[in-house]
Ligand binder design. Structure first.
Ligand code: NAD
Length: 297
């Protein structure tokens, strides 16, 4: 069992750290939120008084923070913790951040004698709680293999996409495709429904035909077609529209770096932004279905 310092105990990090405790690791945690710390203390983690305190005497550091600026200031800022982490320690950052930031961190931390992998996740809050996340990693193969047993205690799949930053690139490619698939599936279902078709019947036809995709298989966006998904729960729970917009923004800026054409990603970004501006930012991303229904009315 490892000694792990875990920073960032929000919707994702909280259950991930809890699963590490359950697996028998010695977990020292820190978050800016007192409530988050209390939850982890109740789960059996040791609460630290600062991020620097949480990473003392550990084998591995895991961070799960909102965005680039939080991760950069945690490790490299004026009061950054990099200097306090023992040389040779493996740092696993599971936040979804830009690939550029992941590479910058890798370079800076490696220069200080530390080891770093980017390991963003797919699977959402449900996957974090159930311990079924997919980790999409970038970094040295040996470091990812060393991280694997710890990642296995929080998830069910660990992939190496390539060198530092590649995990973040693979993650945003996947989420850009997911946004396009969800918008396209919603558009088709709304069209069929406007033409008088039963969306359950249409979904079944497309599932057995060439339009088949993940959203039809397990995450149908039309209310009433599938049980146990956000569309049948007023679009509550799941993956928030505003988090999808964040990931689409990362995809757009990454594409700009290589002047890659992403017209489908651009359009999906625009559609999800419009939807958020209509007040749906805190709903599940499958609620984009409502945008197409409104457009048809
Ligand atoms: P969250 O806002 O619920 O949690 C972030 C936590 O970080 C908060 O508890 C906050 O207090 C803490 N924090 C911020 N700055 C800190 C600092 N300097 N020191 C210590 N703690 C600090 O966010 P989340 O939903 O857990 O998402 C975390 C990351 O995972 C994001 O990058 C997000 O894009 C990604 N992600 C989220 C989901 C999802 O469904 N929520 C799915 C996949 C990936």
């Amino acid at each position: 069992m490892a000694r792990i310092g875990f920073i960032g105990l929000g919707n994702m990090g909280g259950p991930m750290a809890t699963n590490l405790v359950k697996a028998g690791h010695d977990v020292q945690v820190f978050d800016l939120s007192e409530d988050a710390l209390k939850r982890l203390q109740a789960a059996g983690a040791q609460v630290a008084t600062s991020a620097a305190d949480a990473v003392k005497n550990v084998d591995v550091v895991v961070s799960m923070l909102p965005a680039d600026k939080h991760v950069k200031s945690l490790y490299l800022g004026d009061s950054g913790i990099a200097a306090t982490i023992a040389k040779g320690t493996l740092i696993i950052d599971s936040s979804t951040i830009s690939a550029e930031m992941a590479r910058e961190l890798a370079a800076a931390l490696t220069a200080q004698g530390l080891r770093f992998i980017d390991a963003p996740v797919s699977g959402g809050v449900g996957g974090a709680k159930a311990g079924t996340l997919t980790f999409i990693c970038g970094g040295d193969a040996a470091d990812i293999e060393e991280a694997r047993p710890i990642l296995d205690d929080m998830g069910k799949n660990v992939f190496r996409a390539g060198e530092h930053g590649a995990g973040q690139v693979a993650k945003i490619c996947n989420n850009m495709l997911l946004a396009v698939l969800m918008a396209g599936t919603s558009e088709a279902l709304a069209l069929g429904r406007a033409q008088g078709l039963d969306p359950a019947v249409l979904s079944n036809i497309m599932l057995q035909s060439s339009g088949r995709n993940w959203t039809l298989e397990v995450y149908n966006p039309c209310p009433g077609v599938m049980e146990g998904v956000p569309s049948s729960n007023n679009y509550d729970g799941g993956f928030l529209v505003d988090l999808m917009i964040k990931d689409l923004g990362l995809a757009q800026s990454t594409a700009a770096n290589t002047q890659s054409a992403t017209p489908m990603g651009n359009l999906a970004t625009e559609l999800f932004r419009q939807h958020s501006e209509h007040g749906h930012g805190a709903k599940d991303f499958s609620s984009i279905f409502k945008l197409f229904e409104q457009k048809g009315n």
